[in-house]
Design a protein around this ligand. Sequence first.
Ligand SMILES: Nc1nc2c(ncn2[C@@H]2O[C@H](COP(=O)(O)OP(=O)(O)OP(=O)(O)O)[C@@H](O)[C@H]2O)c(=O)[nH]1
Ligand SMILES: [Mg+2]
Length: 415
Amino acid sequence: MELFDLSDKTERVILVGVQENDGDDTEESLQELAELAKTAGAEVVGTVIQKRERIHPGTYVGKGKIDEIRTLLNALDATGIICDDELSPVQMNHLQQELESKIMDRTLLILDIFASRAVTKEGKIQVELAQLRYRAVRLVGLGSSLSRLGGGIGTRGPGEKKLEMDRRLIKERISQLKKELEHVKKHRELLREGRKKDRVMTAAIVGYTNAGKSTLLNTLTDAGVLSEDKLFATLDPTTRLLELDGGQRIYLTDTVGFIRKLPHHLIEAFKSTLEEAKYADVILHVVDASNPQVEEQMFIVYETLRELGVKDKTIVTLFNKQDRLAGNEILRDFKADYVLKISARTGLGLDELKNTLEKILIGNQIYIERVLDYKDAGMLQLVRKYGQLIEEKYTENGIEIKARVPKDIYGRLGE
Ligand SMILES: Nc1nc2c(ncn2[C@@H]2O[C@H](COP(=O)(O)OP(=O)(O)OP(=O)(O)O)[C@@H](O)[C@H]2O)c(=O)[nH]1
Ligand SMILES: [Mg+2]
């Protein structure tokens, strides 16, 4: 079985999906797969959907469909197919034998995009780990054939040089990467603890890929994060401090976007990145309200958050891209504590968002009116540092203050 070296050519791919029951989201999922393929640099020349009760365990699609795909591959001069679900090693092997063309799946495609996006050390380690784990499983069924895979989609990124490695080497590399990842994870934990010590709350900006998360962070804080009309523009979390007009402060963390059928290996490898939401106090859920699939996307975001163990957070849902909406679409989110309409691009609704954040922050603090002894000036420092001093008056009884303080600071102020 020969695999193609496509590094110099544009890949021309046929997308293949299985519709297991009427009215499911196969078509939308394939549209998204087309977006992913384009993002990875391939040209989509055809789409094939098979209706069958369930995915064929041995060949993904049935025998007749395979013949149809073979004919299409020739007729359209296509270089390979991309299946919309993660293929088992057996399915991949059989399809390769039957079609003698390049066989890819949704997971490989997403891994490939992640590989081309990874910039930081942490991002690169995580992608390589996910790629190697994906490959390690497949090497079992494929013998050496996969390791002869040429360029093109599915071979990019940190994993590229490693293709010649046998399973033992892959295993060694995986454990080495895991160790390195432990280090970065510790570093991330330290940063998080530092923020916690400052008693500044954190909001994680989460949402479906391309919803406008980075644009929001940029508009609010001039963060200068790359925002693009591409899937998975952001891989690495960026945190910026947002100072509100009333003097309150909150950290905002932009994170990697979610997508349907997010590969299991990626979730595993990106756990520490994805988990930023778990340690945040507030979730800012950015939704692309102009996307026809908006409700499905919101559902997937909540499913992913649940898988990551993110719960009991204050949720602010932001129906973004209002500037692109023609009518007055009614959008609801029963999971959210606050729902706002915004445009991260034009700034519409962002004042209201800031007010909402202020309200949440104030709700987490305790209002105090005290007279501090002059010898207790240290407490005043504490209030200044971690809370918000609204008023201070120097009288003969002491320093009269009005302030808002975080709960744990309140405990340290005594009676
Ligand atoms: N019209 C309009 N476009 C927007 C708005 N917000 C973001 N966009 C566009 O949507 C695209 C995606 O924006 P990003 O900020 O990169 O989205 P993201 O959620 O960070 O995406 P990933 O990092 O890829 O998950 C970009 O082309 C933005 O310019 C908005 O309010 N209105
Ligand atoms: Mg982004």
